[in-house]
Design a protein around this ligand. Structure first.
Ligand code: AMP
Length: 193
């Protein structure tokens, strides 16, 4: 099973991906996590993307497609890939299709976590507040200004993927506003169908 989790920032893609990793031995491929790791380890690429990420804009297709290619080529024995936060543009979606085909894999579903924008904004601002309250630091892009940019990037660049995967017959929707375990159960039902 290979699936994409689609949805705006704060929809719960990362949370659901982690559950699938625990429950089904799937591998989470989060380009956001990979980019943050590149920044922490101070690679040239990490330095290049830092300002773009903090502002809430998308990094280039070339960079993220390269990251995904590396991970797919690493192979291994597991229950399939969860693409989390990738693809985010139509060229990325085409590239993913090509990469999977090259490697003899198929995409099973693009699962859209359906949410409400007002609740999203509250969730993200809450996520930042919680991180600070528990003694950590909030993600640099979890502030109101870059959140606006991230939401706009989602609607301008990523939301067309919903139509793209619908037309391919791969799109499925789940209610992303339910409790975490209920969303997980809805996704599990899809995967077991
Ligand atoms: P995320 O953790 O998925 O919210 O990603 C954090 C940030 O990393 C995004 O706001 C973008 O700046 C960058 N990013 C992550 N994934 C992608 C992608 N597929 N394409 C372009 N930029 C990305």
């Amino acid at each position: 099973m290979n699936i994409i989790l689609l949805g705006p920032p704060g929809a719960g893609k990362g949370t659901q991906a982690q559950k699938l990793v625990e429950d089904r031995n799937m591998v989470q491929l989060s380009t956001g996590d990979m980019l943050r790791a590149a920044r922490t380890s101070g690679t040239e690429m990490g330095k290049k993307v830092a300002a773009v990420m903090d502002a809430g804009n998308l990094v280039t297709d070339e960079i993220v497609i390269g990251l995904i290619r590396e991970q797919l080529e690493a192979g291994g024995d597991h229950g399939g890939f969860i693409f989390d936060g990738f693809p985010r543009t139509l060229p990325q979606a085409d590239a993913l299709g090509e990469l999977l085909k090259e490697m003899g894999h198929t995409l099973d579903y693009a699962i859209e976590l359906e949410v409400n924008d007002d609740i999203l904004v509250e969730r993200i601002i809450g996520r930042a507040a919680e991180a600070v309250a528990s003694g950590g630091t909030a993600r640099a892009d979890d502030n109101e200004e870059s959140l606006k940019t991230r939401l706009m990037a989602y609607y301008k660049q990523t939301s067309p993927l919903i139509g793209y995967y619908y037309a391919k017959g791969d799109l499925r929707g789940v209610n992303g506003l339910s409790a975490v375990d209920d969303v997980a159960a809805e996704i599990a039902a899809l995967l077991d169908a």
